[in-house]
Design a protein. Structure first.
Length: 252
């Protein structure tokens, strides 16, 4: 279910922007003679915020427009017509649209800021966990394994393994700047999504190559955010530094 939501989130949010205000306005019809236009408009704003909190800016804006339209159609006289007879209700409808647009955009921005904070906290936790393991005297093998597990969650991988001191084959490589390249002689290809097969992420410490993480992603998926890829590179560098500090043999 979560995968379906991830793939179709924008479409669902846009559809909700049309449907949710309609349903809320329809539900208010039996009470429209007992509620003031202001209270009805406030309830419609709540519907707009609910859509914006789960969707995109476009969905929030569409919800605000839908709310104003259905407020006019169902809740103002003459009913079931896109016309408003009372000047005060015209003003309320205009304010509903304006407030709905503003609040919906603020709700989307707040949700995105919360997501950034959660993501940044998770990334920092991964880096701190590796550093703490090194400081506590964890073995290089323990550091390598810890980083391996972190990479799976961080990059959304199907699997990941570490290969010591070999460079067999030409695999796409996650570079130090977070980009993903495949170099074969003069031919260089950059990827915007995960390629088929494994991708390598090298562990280097003290200028020496000690091995590589072989990332096994789900092919065809968009690459994780640049920030996530840079954190992955930093984690691999911590593993390389731990191996270098232990004085293990290296490959140049």
């Amino acid at each position: 279910m979560s995968g379906f939501w991830f793939r179709h989130r924008d479409r669902i949010a846009l559809a909700s922007g049309l449907v949710v205000p309609f349903l809320v306005a329809l539900a208010l019809v039996p009470f429209r003679t007992g509620l003031s236009a202001t209270n009805e408009a406030l309830i419609m704003v709540v519907a707009v915020v609910a859509v914006a909190a789960l969707g995109t800016r476009a969905a929030g804006a569409l919800a605000a427009l839908s709310a104003a339209a259905w407020f006019d159609f169902f809740l103002t006289r003459p009913y079931q017509r896109f016309a408003i007879a009372d000047p005060d209700e015209i003003q309320t409808a205009v304010l509903l649209l304006a407030v709905g647009l503003i609040v919906s955009q603020l709700a989307v921005r707040t949700r995105r800021l919360q997501a950034v904070v959660v993501t940044d906290t998770a990334h920092l936790s991964s880096l701190q966990g590796t550093a703490r393991l090194v400081e506590d005297g964890g073995s290089p093998a323990a550091v390598v394994e810890y980083v391996r597990r972190e990479l799976v969650g961080l990059l959304g991988l199907r699997g990941c393994r570490f290969e010591y001191g070999t460079l067999m084959g030409h695999l796409p490589r996650l570079e130090h700047d977070g980009s993903l390249w495949l170099r074969r002689g003069r031919h260089v290809a950059e990827y915007a999504e995960w390629p088929e097969g494994e991708t390598e992420l090298r562990a280097v410490g003290g200028g020496h190559y000690y091995g590589r993480y072989l990332l096994d992603p789900l092919p065809g998926r968009p690459l994780p955010s640049e920030e996530a890829r840079l954190v992955a590179v930093a984690l691999a560098a911590q593993a390389g530094a731990a191996l270098d500090t232990a004085g293990l043999s290296h490959q140049g």
